[in-house]
Design a protein around this ligand. Structure first.
Ligand code: F6R
Length: 633
């Protein structure tokens, strides 16, 4: 939520801030602003709406100079999303940007009013600048010390970046909760941002701030201090393996479409990163990892996540249970943390989070760590808060995901869970000398290396899968509502399909286990309602087809997704979407194990929603009211 940037260096400040804000826009986009030195004074420019607003304002006010500047893109919490509440906020000579929530804002508001001041905005953020001012005027401490002392007076998770007209060339940031990442080198100067993406345009060496770290940035260098003690601390640089070219659209009209297409690469990169290489053969041995030893010892796993990552976790549960015989619960982090979950010493709690910053998922891991129960995580962002909070971290290799609706990160997450489940299952099979189970798992691993090929084929614009997905989407886009239904592995994909449609096309959709339709939702069905039925050739096929018939009998429009050579489904539905695989001629068995079919179904669901959203003209990459990284509860 919200993106922060700060820069001091020789480059054009306005260019660096604007480019950086565009990289951060996915974090929130209801208003934006920048503050830059000009002639010894700080100019503040703010606009409601997306970055383009501020870009227009700055078109003829490009600034250079080494005094520095800060910028912000907002996802509103306190106060409406308008120009007045946009950051940066100024109180006399102090200008700041803030990400997070100041929980004791009422108390500070009273203090500000008691001293005869009236804040200009409705935000909690502006109040912090008053605290800094009071420290400087009443306690007579310098600017840096005033920021440090003020920070100790606020509660809740917040990060701030502050500058002052009294101190040209200096930017001070403090992190607690909402992330801050910094970089410095002699060529490009000092930069501070909510994540590494704006920094990657200049360097891949970054310093992650820990909670209650203060950073002082000057063109000549950066220094870190402990906020509680004011003592200097060290925060060594981490080298990132993402490059800036992965942050662009590369010719696609939307990031989301680019990211849907990148899923074949996500699968290959995640496979290659996890398996130890073994002389050109398909490898079955994982690269050593402390989390693997921990998982091997556990007999119960609780997976916690939010949104799409929770849907991925539901699939993980299926696979851990089936392949590894492990008892698993997949829980919404926002619910788990406020229940009284019974945790045993020999269990593991795993957070699944693309961004590695989601507040609820993070809070669960923090609580569980305090209870001495082993934690781990699956994240797409190295160095993210969750990956550092968890005792061990597994990474997905989806690369940066910019589209707010998650696509390739979901694929990376489900793959990582499948690999872990397979690894535990294979170990158990070896211990029991269960040849059959071992053969099955090794076959699945081999097929995993073929999966990117099937997926890439299916996503080709001219493929039967893509064409049918587009045709079905366009024909049904004006339906009154959508149900997405599936059984077994297809159930979490049905939930995810419905979420995608709501998120990017603003169309009402619900996902159900197909067997649940008749327990209530079926009452909704009528001719202008659409039901997307996920019916690949798997264990549940016949039952799913029966559920399809129940929906069809109520007059709903049926979109069925099944194996390309399915003879039955096309005759039973209004629109048939063929998977990019069929059954083998020799034995009638599917070419791909049913375990792997979610990897093909999910991108079809993403493409389906994408097509409807594009036709409706919604903002696909930055849907209304959403933000990519949800760092508030
Ligand atoms: C939906 C989506 C969200 C996220 C959720 C958790 O497309 O992206 O539902 O999955 O906010 O985010 P992470 O995975 O970053 O914890």
């Amino acid at each position: 939520m919200c993106g922060i940037i700060g820069y001091v260096g020789e480059r054009s400040i306005s260019d660096v801030l604007l480019k950086g804000l565009k990289r951060l826009e996915y974090r929130g986009y209801d208003s934006s602003g920048v503050a830059m030195f000009h002639g010894g004074m700080i100019e503040v420019h703010k606009a409601a709406g997306k970055i383009v607003g501020i870009e227009t304002l700055l078109a003829d006010r490009r600034q250079s100079g080494v005094e520095g500047g800060i910028g912000h893109t907002r996802w509103a919490t306190h106060g409406a999303p308008n120009t007045k509440n946009a950051h940066p906020h100024r109180v006399q000579d102090i200008v700041l940007v803030h990400n997070g929530i100041i929980e004791n804002y009422r108390e500070i508001q009273k203090l500000v009013q008691s001293k005869g001041f009236t804040p200009k905005s409705e935000t909690d953020s502006e109040l912090f600048a008053f605290l800094v001012l009071f420290e400087m005027t009443d306690s007579k401490v310098d600017f840096i010390e005033a920021i440090r002392r003020s920070f100790l007076k606020i509660s809740g998770n917040s990060s701030v970046v502050v500058m002052s007209e009294r101190q040209p060339g200096l930017i001070v940031g403090i992190r607690n909760g909402s992330p801050l990442v910094a970089s410095w080198n002699s060529e490009h100067g000092a930069m501070l941002a909510s994540d590494a993406q704006p920094i990657l345009d200049y360097t891949n060496q970054v310093h992650y701030l820990e909670n209650y770290d203060m950073i002082v940035c000057r063109k000549s260098g950066i220094e870190f201090f402990d906020v509680h003690t004011a003592k200097p601390i060290k925060r060594p640089a981490t080298k990132l393996d993402w490059s800036a070219d992965r942050l662009d659209k590369n010719g696609y009209p939307h990031y989301m479409l680019k990211e849907i297409h990148e899923q074949a690469r996500t699968i290959l990169d995640t496979l290659n990163a996890n398996f130890a290489t073994s002389g050109g053969h398909i490898p079955f041995d994982f690269a050593p990892h402390p989390g693997l030893d921990q998982l091997s010892k556990t007999d119960r796993l609780s997976i916690v996540a939010c949104g799409t990552s929770w849907h991925a976790s539901l699939l993980g549960k299926f696979w851990f249970e089936k392949l590894a015989g492990l008892s698993v619960e997949a829980e919404l982090a926002s619910e788990f943390r406020y229940r009284s979950p019974v945790l045993k010493k020999n269990q593991v709690v795993m957070g699944v989070s693309q961004s590695g910053e989601t507040a609820d998922t993070l809070a669960v891991l923090q609580d569980v760590n305090k209870r001495g129960i082993p934690t781990m995580c699956i994240s797409n962002v190295k160095g993210s808060t969750i990956s550092r909070e968890a005792k061990s971290a597994f990474y997905t290799y989806a690369g940066p995901e910019i589209g707010v609706a998650s696509t390739k990160a979901f694929t990376g997450q489900i793959l990582m869970m499948l690999l872990l489940a397979g690894k535990l299952g294979r170990e158990a099979a070896m211990a029991d000398s269960s040849g059959k189970a071992m053969i099955e798992i090794e076959k699945m691993y081999r097929e995993l290396f073929e999966l990117p090929h099937h997926l890439a084929n299916g996503l080709l614009e001219e493929s039967a899968t893509s064409r049918a997905t587009k045709a079905a989407a366009l024909a049904t886009q004006n339906s009154k509502g959508f149900f997405f239904v599936g059984r077994g592995y297809s159930f979490p994909i049905a939930l995810e399909g419905a979420l995608k449609l709501k998120e990017i096309a603003y169309v009402h959709a619900e996902g159900y286990a197909a067997g649940e339709l008749k327990h209530g939702p079926i009452a909704m069905l009528e001719p202008d309602f659409a039901v997307v039925v996920l019916a690949p050739h798997d264990l549940w096929y016949e039952k799913t087809v029966s559920n399809l018939q129940e929906a069809k009998a109520r007059g709903a429009k049926i979109i069925a997704v099944g194996h390309a050579d399915d003879k039955l489904l096309p005759s039973m539905c209004d629109h048939f979407i063929p998977l990019p695989i069929n059954t083998k001629k020799e034995d009638g068995k599917p070419v791909l194990s049913e375990t792997l079919i979610p990897f093909l179904l999910a991108p079809i669901m993403q493409l389906f929603s994408y097509q409807i959203a594009v036709h409706k003209g919604t903002d696909v990459d930055q849907p209304r009211n959403l933000a990519k990284s949800v760092t508030v509860e």
